[in-house]
Design a protein around this ligand. Structure first.
Ligand code: JAH
Length: 262
């Protein structure tokens, strides 16, 4: 019998601002996953691993320049205290990291123990990710004040992929991103809201027509907003037919007057 790789069940987060995690960890999916015993999430103040009176974690940059740099000693001591041999993967949230996405989330969700390093100031002394063999991860090309919010992004995206955390219906959501298209639009009651209606096909009860309309909308939105995704998606014969219809409609009647009922 093949040895299953254990699902991820432990997170240790290293930060100078542990209070930033208290709200997010106590609500919704992250809360439920912990309550069900499916995951253990611990948040640690990096200053725990300082030894001086002022608990200093930063210093001026060699070579000069503005701002401060996170010192290696407290981070190494913390990781050495938390690391569980080869079970542990160290992830440093930095703007220089590998782009985070659903693919990387599903790879991280298969690991048993993640240590998330949240930087502040101008960033880490580069011997931190190097010496700890950390995987550097970026959540996108945006400047933030530290790695805490990116760590929460990685945490949320990863925990929801741990088996048992989500019900069956919602787990399809991650799948739909994995298929590589944006989602179709959603509607609920009332049927008329401030002059805005609901596409009639959704009220028709014709499930095949509804499925076709939703797929076409997904393709249309992806083509308009994320053509990069469309070129990588695996498309069926029906998808290609729907895309031809979309392109014909766009060429003929234009955006404003497009008939969205088909
Ligand atoms: C900012 C350390 N990928 C977004 C991202 C991640 C981390 C940081 N900024 C943006 C950051 C300051 C210090 C990390």
């Amino acid at each position: 019998m093949r040895k299953e790789r254990r699902a991820l069940n432990r997170f240790d987060i290293l930060t100078l601002f542990p209070a930033m995690f208290q709200g997010p960890l106590q609500e919704s999916i992250l809360r439920r996953a912990q309550d069900k015993g499916l995951v253990t999430i611990r948040v640690h103040d990096l200053r725990t691993w300082t030894h001086d009176r002022h608990r200093v974690v930063d210093d001026v940059p060699y070579g000069g320049g503005a701002g401060m740099v996170l010192k290696p000693e407290p981070v190494f001591e913390a990781v050495e205290a938390l690391r569980q041999g080869s079970d542990s993967t160290v992830v440093a949230l930095t703007p220089q990291g590998l782009p985070f996405g659903q693919r990387l989330a599903s790879e991280l969700a298969r690991l048993p123990h993640l240590i998330l390093l949240c930087g502040r100031y101008e960033g880490f002394d580069d011997r931190i990710p190097q010496g700890l063999q950390a995987l550097e991860v970026s959540i996108g090309d945006v400047v933030l004040s530290g790695g805490e919010i990116p760590a929460l992004v990685v945490l949320d995206a990863t925990v929801r992929l741990i088996p048992g955390v989500l019900g069956d219906e919602t787990s399809a959501l991650a799948d739909s991103f994995a298929t590589g298209l944006l989602e179709h639009p959603h509607y609920t009651r009332p049927t008329l809201f401030r002059g805005m209606g609901v596409p009639p096909v959704l009220l028709s009860g014709d499930h095949q027509a509804i499925a076709r309309w939703r797929r076409k909308q997904a393709l249309r939105r992806t083509r308009e907003r994320r053509p990069d995704l469309l070129s990588r998606a695996s498309l069926s014969d029906l998808d290609r037919q729907l895309l031809v219809e979309i392109e014909t409609e766009d060429a003929g009647i234009g955006r404003e007057s497009r008939d969205e009922s088909n």
